[in-house]
Design a protein around this ligand. Structure first.
Ligand code: SAM
Length: 378
């Protein structure tokens, strides 16, 4: 396999550093750490590069700030579309609580809570519309990044008596609980693989002679590609083989309960369809999608769709069962039925605004068909 892309490294990171004003030094530092790592070990697998680019504690894309999501950031999510998403999730969670013998002490666990907006929307809705459930709830944010934890603590100050912030799921004794995560699975590091004449090879990141990051063929990758179909040479895609290890400690926090994973993705046959020859890897910077994850690490998001078949298989191997896998439009339309019926005849501006929020979340041309919802029970 030939090296395919050459991109700027430290020099470019400094000269284009104005994207994150004042951050160019940190970004250059991050590039240097990646270069040093490659110098020590040779070409690194892409998950290592991605982990450093997104989660390096000093300058990783997610570690350094909390303004990536929303209009002034790099991309929108269902959370930034408005408060309705959180309200509908609160009502769905409250109905699970109602049907689960209404445990007196229970918890909601959120991963990837970003600046705490979804937690705030859910807790506000529980407090006002489901006070009996709110009375016993502990809202846990599993947050490994200190900078984001500070933002969450600030935003959720009024819920301080309900809130636990921890980076370690093992610190949570099992309780009845509901775990949720919006757009987290797509942000988990993934391997990049390419089909060759002699099967799947893994792509890693190396340094070219001119000092740029570049792709490098790391050789056959049977362990991580065992579940992939054979594809024509040149077909490139992504694979995340570690869902069992990722889910195990999370499931251990749930005595009895559910998990809700919302993200863009497909079942395996669709993900690895013959026609999808260049995979789903994307970068995002200032609402523009790109395809060069090696460019200026720390300044852009790196993401790939989720193979939901792999997640469901991991869940089932850990004793869980799939309750639903459907698109966001279908899920939210079902969950919002009582609310929609209660609106009949209302045309006040606040209601109309919420209805526009509903449309953004459910319209097939907006977020309705792109996002999928996987709900599992334990
Ligand atoms: C695309 S953002 C989504 C943010 C938010 N959930 C939303 O929908 O607006 C992905 C988030 O997942 C977080 N994340 C990634 N891996 C994580 C992990 N293992 N545990 C907790 N958070 C994680 C990132 O730090 C980032 O805040």
């Amino acid at each position: 396999m030939e090296n395919q892309k050459k991109v700027g490294r430290e020099g470019d990171a400094v000269s284009q550093g104005e994207y994150r004003e004042g951050a160019s030094e940190a970004i250059a530092g991050l590039a240097s750490r990646i270069v040093r790592r490659i110098g020590e070990t040779g070409a690194i697998p892409f998950p290592k590069f991605m982990e450093m680019a997104l989660y390096d504690p000093q300058a990783g894309y997610y570690a350094g700030r909390a303004d990536q999501v929303g209009k002034a950031g790099d991309f929108f999510t269902s959370v930034t579309a408005g408060p309705l998403f959180g309200r509908l999730l609160a009502s769905h969670i409250a109905s699970w609580w109602q049907k689960s013998a209404q445990p007196g002490a229970w918890r909601i666990v959120e991963l990837g809570a970003h600046d705490g907006t979804l937690a705030e929307d859910i807790l506000s809705a529980l407090r006002s519309a489901h006070p009996a459930a709110y009375a016993g709830v502990n809202y846990v944010i599993l947050e490994p990044l200190e900078r984001l934890a500070i933002a969450q603590r600030q935003r959720l100050a009024e819920f301080a008596d309900r809130l636990t912030l921890t980076g370690d799921p093992a610190s949570l004794a099992p309780l009845p609980g509901y775990l949720l995560a919006n757009e987290v699975l797509d942000a988990l590091p993934f391997h990049l693989v390419e089909a060759t004449e002699d099967g799947w090879h893994e792509l890693g990141v190396a340094i070219s002679e001119d000092g740029s990051f570049e792709w490098r063929d790391l050789g056959p990758a049977p362990a991580i590609t065992a579940s992939l179909p054979l594809r024509a040479p040149g077909y490139r895609t992504e694979v995340r083989p570690g869902f069992v290890e990722f889910l195990q400690p999370l499931i251990a926090t749930i005595q009895q309960g559910r998990m809700l994973w919302i993200d863009y993705g497909f079942e395996r046959d669709d993900y690895y369809a013959e026609a999808r020859t260049t995979g789903t890897l994307r970068t995002f910077r200032r609402h523009e999608a790109g395809e060069d994850p090696l460019s200026l690490p720390g300044t852009q998001d790196i993401t790939a769709h989720v193979d939901f078949s792999a997640v469901m298989e991991a869940v089932e191997s850990l004793g869980g069962s799939t309750l639903r896998f459907e698109n966001q439009a279908r899920f939210l339309t079902e969950v919002s039925r009582p609310w929609l019926l209660s609106l009949e005849g209302q045309t006040d501006p606040a209601t109309m605004k919420l209805l526009r929020n509903f449309q953004t979340l459910t319209h097939p041309g907006q977020m309705g068909s792109r996002f999928h919802v996987l709900e599992v029970a334990f």
